[in-house]
Design a protein around this ligand. Structure first.
Ligand code: PLP
Length: 409
């Protein structure tokens, strides 16, 4: 039967303390106990339903975690203060001294920097591979490997990981498959495809209003409990805890995610198709020309489309900068990093979100200087948006002006 992530969210029923239609916000850092014995048991992790201290868990955070677990089809989830606050404890919980990770080489720059520059301090080393090339993934595994790490749709190149195939490899070698699903919420459900742990930066599409940084880890009860363990849990001890007020606001935004993702996908598909017709080098998983179009199609929850992210290549940093500035001047979106906002956001990853990756590696993976990453917004009239972008491209001589191209707005 088809996996229905939005139904799973819809089917949760919450009542607030006073019968409110939203759960009450737990505005406390600490909790009282009637008996000292129960406090002891809670520390030991043996007092279900009791709250101790909000770095450990809070009712608001548990509500949000429960909704995100329902969305991803995992046993449970824990929310964190940022996407990096979700990624780093997962890695440090699963790996110790001398352990090894096989990671996709095209991942968010912050994750790349953590694996490349930070974890070697603990002698945790990473082989960065082309995640599309399954043989190279398997060849990189050694006796110390503990995990395969990838993004379902990668930042910024929009490479698509074949989660089913990677899961087979992970199971064969007894490894955990950890998938960052930030770029494709609802469209792809990695746990349903065999992933062990799913991470999101909630900062992006899931919260959708660019007013917070936040993250989540979805996995088994056993793994999430281990992250929260007071003695050796990476979430508990590293302390990247989400605030309860924020958890309650992210939960409210989550309820419109299905509508937003559909509109992001619709708009991105329209732009990608038009840009392609204009002869602009465009990468979008929904285009048949995308090398992993078939893989994405085989994995997706059809209703939600191919997501809101696309890239175009305009040849040079100078062209990219001019175009982005002109689009912003014309109120077509913002020249800003991040994604998942109601307005279109655009940035040149080579000089921003992926600048942590050295030049030589960037060219090897195809991250060119003229690349612009678009997080396509929720524009009600995407045809008008396209025509305005086209006028910018023409006036910068990035597109040939034909008679029929002069668009009156
Ligand atoms: N994962 C991906 C794919 C991202 O794009 C980002 C941020 O851009 C992160 C994780 C990190 O998330 P955060 O900024 O919420 O820490």
């Amino acid at each position: 039967m088809a996996f229905k992530p939005a139904n799973n969210i819809q089917d949760l029923q919450y009542f607030g303390e006073f019968g409110g239609v939203n759960p009450s916000v737990s505005d406390s850092s600490t909790y009282t106990f009637i008996s000292a014995k129960t406090m002891f048991d809670t520390f030991e992790g043996n007092a279900d339903g009791c709250y101790l201290y909000s770095r450990h868990s809070s009712p608001s955070n548990l509500y949000l975690g429960e909704a995100l677990a329902a969305m991803e089809g995992s046993e449970t989830a824990t929310v964190t203060a940022s996407g990096m606050g979700a990624i780093t404890p997962v890695i440090l919980q699963l790996c110790g001294v001398n352990d090894h990770i096989v990671s996709s080489r095209t991942i968010y720059g912050g994750t790349y920097a953590f694996l490349k520059n930070f974890t070697p301090k603990f002698n945790i080393n990473t082989s960065f591979v082309d995640i599309i090339d399954l043989a190279s993934v398997e060849n990189a595994i050694n006796n110390n490997t503990k995990m395969i790490y990838c993004e379902s749709v990668s930042n910024p190149l929009l490479e698509v990981a074949n989660i089913k195939a990677l899961s087979k490899i992970a199971k064969k070698h007894n490894l955990k498959l950890v998938v960052d699903n930030t770029f494709s919420p609802l469209s792809i459900s990695p746990i349903n495809l065999g992933a062990d742990i799913v991470i999101h930066s909630l900062t992006k599409f899931i919260n959708g209003s660019s007013d917070t940084v936040a993250g989540v880890i979805c996995g088994t009860q056993e793994f999430i409990d281990s992250l929260r363990n007071v003695n050796d849990g990476a979430c508990m001890l590293l302390g990247a805890t989400m605030d309860s007020l924020r958890a309650s606001s992210v939960l409210k935004n989550l309820r419109t995610l299905h509508l937003r993702v559909q509109q992001h996908s619709f708009n991105a598909t329209y732009l990608a198709e038009q840009f392609t017709k204009d002869g602009i080098k465009t990468v979008y998983p929904g285009l048949k020309s995308h090398p992993s179009h078939t893989v994405f199609t085989s994995m997706m929850n059809k209703k939600y489309g191919y997501g809101g992210m696309l890239t175009i290549d305009v040849g040079s940093t100078e062209n990219a900068n001019k175009l982005m500035e002109m689009m912003q001047d014309n109120n077509l979106g913002y020249l800003a990093v991040s994604l998942g906002f109601y307005k279109t956001l655009f940035s040149a990853p080579g000089s921003s979100t992926s600048s942590e990756i050295p030049d030589s590696e960037r060219s090897e993976m195809g991250l060119s200087n003229g690349l612009i990453r678009f997080s396509v917004g929720l524009d009600a009239d995407i045809e008008r948006t396209y025509n305005k972008i086209k006028n910018c491209l023409i006036s910068l001589q990035l597109l040939e002006k034909k008679k029929q191209d002069v668009v009156m707005l």
